[in-house]
Design a protein around this ligand. Structure first.
Ligand SMILES: *[C@@H]1O[C@H](CO)[C@@H](O)[C@H](O)[C@H]1NC(C)=O
Ligand SMILES: *[C@@H]1O[C@H](CO)[C@@H](O)[C@H](O)[C@H]1NC(C)=O
Ligand SMILES: *[C@@H]1O[C@H](CO)[C@@H](O)[C@H](O)[C@H]1NC(C)=O
Ligand SMILES: *[C@@H]1O[C@H](CO)[C@@H](O)[C@H](O)[C@H]1NC(C)=O
Length: 371
């Protein structure tokens, strides 16, 4: 009896954080719709402030799950890069982050860094350049466009007006922005041998060394950002490595969200190599930028190689977990919001209405020509 109960609890463990994050999208969207409505009557900056508070608290809920519940050890590598960014106080910077992409957990890394940047955390600044198809995710797809995420089509050079509008909006936004870009365009895993082959064929043609740990990056997204964001302060070049990938037979296989939150503790480490590059040092001419981007990824290739080696680099710092005082209020808020419909028929109705309106929200994106 006791054993089966323990087993049941163990099996349920991953379900708790995952349902917390996904179900919270319903109260979140309800609040966002209310803010959207309010924005018709109050000044724009007031609505934007409310939206930032809402988004920031959801990001803090995510941090609670991915840092506190997961118990992951976070190591910063690189000469001062990560530390410098985490110690930076005062007004936060405007930043484009360029990262390798191996897992559906990768997006949380900028949030972890943002939580430690500036006077009071900078989580609200976080945006991502995402695949167009994500706009179809109920509620989430609609919301992230409101918050300044940028939808791009993976194939073709076509740059739509919505992309430029969105960039212009970010460029002029007064609270700082952090825009995450994955130049590889897709998630790399050891299982996707074809991707690595075609990437290496391309590299070979231009006389470059083959790469195994990353794909040859495309610089289109970065070019777009550099050309349209003249308020940028710096680029953060981030290389993300997961401790689990050093387990035998796991090379090139990053943990997913379940594994990251609930997998064995022994290998639960996150290694972040960060280099801060002042914007003045980044080329803007097309071919030069392409070369520059490929060179950055060649460096990632070396960093990851070293990570897999017998004696990985010394000189990393263990980052303390984000304080519970920073994440607990949001966690309690969303937990309460999820329990509320069991007690209040009004809230139950509001949530049902929100869920029912999700196709309309997607339609709205199309009507307003946002995607
Ligand atoms: C998560 O929060 C609890 C409560 O404050 C704390 O005891 C625990 O150490 C935290 N976990 C980590 C990994 O810091
Ligand atoms: C934005 O970027 C695109 C593509 O790089 C460029 O053609 C366009 O001129 C840029 N817009 C502005 C206002 O600079
Ligand atoms: C970005 O914003 C700055 C400051 O408002 C402005 O000077 C600049 O022209 C804008 N850049 C683009 C490409 O629109
Ligand atoms: C880019 O790199 C290629 C190959 O390494 C080189 O031939 C070319 O001159 C470089 N182009 C620029 C603009 O730096």
């Amino acid at each position: 009896m006791l054993i089966s109960l323990t087993l049941a609890v163990d099996a349920l463990r991953p379900i708790v954080p995952c349902s917390l994050l996904s179900l919270s999208m319903v109260p979140f969207a309800s609040c966002a719709i209310v803010i959207g409505g309010v924005s018709w009557v109050v000044p724009r900056h007031v609505a934007q402030k409310l939206d930032n508070i809402l988004y920031k608290s959801y990001m803090r809920l995510c941090l609670f799950v991915f840092e506190n519940l997961s118990g992951v050890n976070i190591y910063l590598h690189g000469i001062n890069g990560g530390e410098e960014v985490c110690k930076m106080k005062g007004t936060p910077e405007n930043v484009v982050m360029v990262s390798n992409h191996q897992s559906n957990v990768d997006w949380i890394i900028p949030v972890m860094l943002a939580a430690r940047h500036g006077d009071n955390g900078n989580e609200q600044a976080f945006r991502v350049m995402v695949k167009n198809s994500i706009h179809l995710v109920p509620m989430f797809g609609w919301y992230i466009f409101q918050h300044g995420y940028i939808y791009v089509r993976r194939f073709g050079e076509f740059i739509g007006a919505p992309v430029l509008r969105q960039l212009k909006w970010l460029n002029e936004s007064i609270p700082p922005y952090w825009l995450l870009i994955f130049p590889e365009g897709t998630r790399l895993s050891a299982k996707k041998k074809k991707l690595v082959e075609s990437s290496n064929q391309f590299l070979g043609k231009s006389g470059r060394q083959p790469m195994q740990n990353v794909l040859c990056p495309r610089s289109g997204g970065l070019q777009l950002a550099l050309d349209n964001l003249s308020t940028l302060d710096a680029i953060y070049d981030v290389t993300v490595m997961y401790g689990q990938m050093r387990m035998s037979g796991r090379r090139g296989l990053a943990p997913g969200m379940f594994d990251f939150c609930c997998g064995a503790q022994t290998f639960k480490q996150l290694h972040i190599h960060l280099e801060r590059i002042p914007i003045g040092e980044v080329p803007t001419e097309k071919l030069e930028l392409r070369n520059w981007t490929i060179e950055r990824f060649a460096q990632k290739e070396r960093i990851i190689d070293e990570f897999y080696s017998e004696n990985p680099s010394t000189g990393s710092v263990l980052l303390p977990c984000v304080p519970i005082s920073q994440t607990l209020p949001s966690t309690l808020f969303f937990t309460a919001a999820l329990l509320a419909p069991f007690f209040s028929p009004v809230i139950r109705r509001v949530y049902l209405l929100t869920i029912a309106s999700s196709p309309l929200l997607i339609a709205w994106l199309h009507i307003r020509k946002c995607v």
